[in-house]
Design a binder for this molecule. Structure first.
Ligand SMILES: [Zn+2]
Length: 429
């Protein structure tokens, strides 16, 4: 199957500030060319791109997909700790079918906001993997560790077996990584086990770090070290690629440590604001050499999975919160949501840019909108003005998964009904 997107305004994310009008040719899963269509490329299908902006599909680098179920539930609590105390008892009642339904809803919501790749940390991960497979997108599914080593050891191996089918699927859209929840929910032995598992298999280690001041104070009290220093000291990050979610309250020494590691910090600005966790000084992290991605966190602390909104909020906070005087610019924010997110998942050679040889994960934004007129700077337009609802078409691995705002791979109406049923059942349990 050969697909041509003709004469779109292209933001390839291959070079700062680069945008141009051109053609994109897709052959099977991959991008065959970008720029001018060669005579020998005869497409089976043509999308007239003249009124669209084509850019890499977005990467949501930190979420808990099926927390969709707890959207708009127990909101406006004073702290992360108070909120978790309400959420954990509900999570104890979740069954695999609930997670499958909520994950389908999450996949639909992600596609509708231009996301084709996400990183997940949650229970019943095989159900989320199933929804990803059905939805035609990609994910890093984290096997979540929580509690003592004795509780986790057998479960991790069971989850690994449950997920083998998805990881080995020929489309190669699902990777299985390791997600110890946090230092305040996993003792040292569990963290070290997660590290060894990830290192042996060359997988990513995904963990919440320094989300709140309370977490940092507790860590200093209990271990005599800040959270990242503690993880480093026990060898939990040694020789693995790690994905550090939040990092709102890092010391200068921790920022230097992070810049030296094979790690990506994932900024979750909506969740950090909503749970009153604080504002991560992202511009200064970037200035000091930290790779930074972007995530929504779960829908119950956001309360949606809208990466356009996340880019907008990150941009605004990055303008006002400037301890070093450095401010975020739109290209940096767009990089966080594309190339840096791809790197966080080890996918930097496959997605995150529109460039020959990369896999074709591309979104088309409808430019015929009042709020995008006149367009002037396309980078500013995307992060400051565009809405998720401007995403008209989404391609993942060369396949169209949404066209004219309709998700083609999953049934939205049925899924909404099923999720409402699940939520009713959970409340009755
Ligand atoms: Zn989280």
């Amino acid at each position: 199957m050969k697909l041509l997107i003709s004469q779109a305004l292209v933001i390839p994310m291959t070079q700062e500030g680069l945008s141009f009008r051109g053609d994109i040719g897709i052959d099977g899963k991959h991008i065959a060319f970008v720029g001018v269509k060669p005579a020998h490329f005869v497409p089976d299908q043509v999308i007239d791109g003249s009124s669209f902006l084509a850019m890499p599909a977005l990467v949501n680098a930190h979420t808990h997909l099926s927390m969709e179920l707890m959207r708009n539930y127990k909101d406006n609590l004073p702290t992360l700790q108070a909120w978790l105390a309400e959420i954990f008892p509900v999570e104890d009642k979740l069954q695999e079918e609930d997670v499958l339904r909520a994950s389908r809803l999450g996949v639909i919501e992600l596609i509708q906001s231009g996301v084709t790749t996400f990183t997940d940390m949650y229970f019943h991960p095989q159900a989320t993997a199933q929804a990803v497979l059905e939805g035609g997108i990609r994910a890093s599914i984290g096997i979540t560790l929580f509690g003592s080593l004795a509780e986790n050891k057998e479960r991790v191996l069971q989850r690994e077996a449950d997920l083998r089918f998805y990881r080995e699927h020929p489309d190669g859209r699902i990777q299985v990584d390791c997600a110890p929840h946090a230092i305040y929910t996993c003792p040292k032995e569990t963290l070290q086990y997660a590290h060894d598992w990830a290192k042996d298999r060359q997988r990513i280690l995904h963990i919440h770090v320094s989300e709140t001041k309370q977490e940092v104070q507790d860590s200093l009290h209990q271990f005599g070290k800040t959270p990242l220093e503690y993880l480093y000291a026990i060898g939990a990050l040694d020789g693995v690629r790690s994905l550090i979610a939040h990092g709102v309250h890092l010391t200068d020494a921790e920022v230097a440590l992070l810049a030296d590691m094979d790690a990506t910090l994932v900024h979750n600005p909506s969740s950090n604001c909503k749970l009153s966790s604080g504002i991560a000084p992202i511009a200064s992290y970037l200035e000091r050499g930290v790779s930074v991605g972007l995530g929504t966190d779960g829908a119950s602390s956001n309360n949606n999975l809208n990466m356009f909104e996340e880019m907008h909020i990150a941009s605004l906070l990055g303008r006002v919160h400037t301890p070093t005087g450095t401010k975020l610019n739109p290209y940096q924010v767009l990089s966080m949501a594309t190339v840096n997110g791809a790197k966080a998942l080890g996918l930097e050679r496959r997605i995150g840019m529109i460039s020959e040889g990369m896999e074709a994960d591309i979104i088309l934004l409808d430019l015929k909108k009042s709020h995008l007129t006149p367009l002037n700077d396309p980078f500013s337009a995307v992060v400051y003005a565009a809405q998720a609802s401007d995403v008209d078409t989404v391609l993942c691995q060369g396949k169209v998964v949404m066209q004219h705002r309709k998700v083609l791979t999953l049934d939205e109406e049925q899924t909404i009904k099923a999720v409402n049923e699940s939520w009713d059942n959970i409340q009755r349990r």
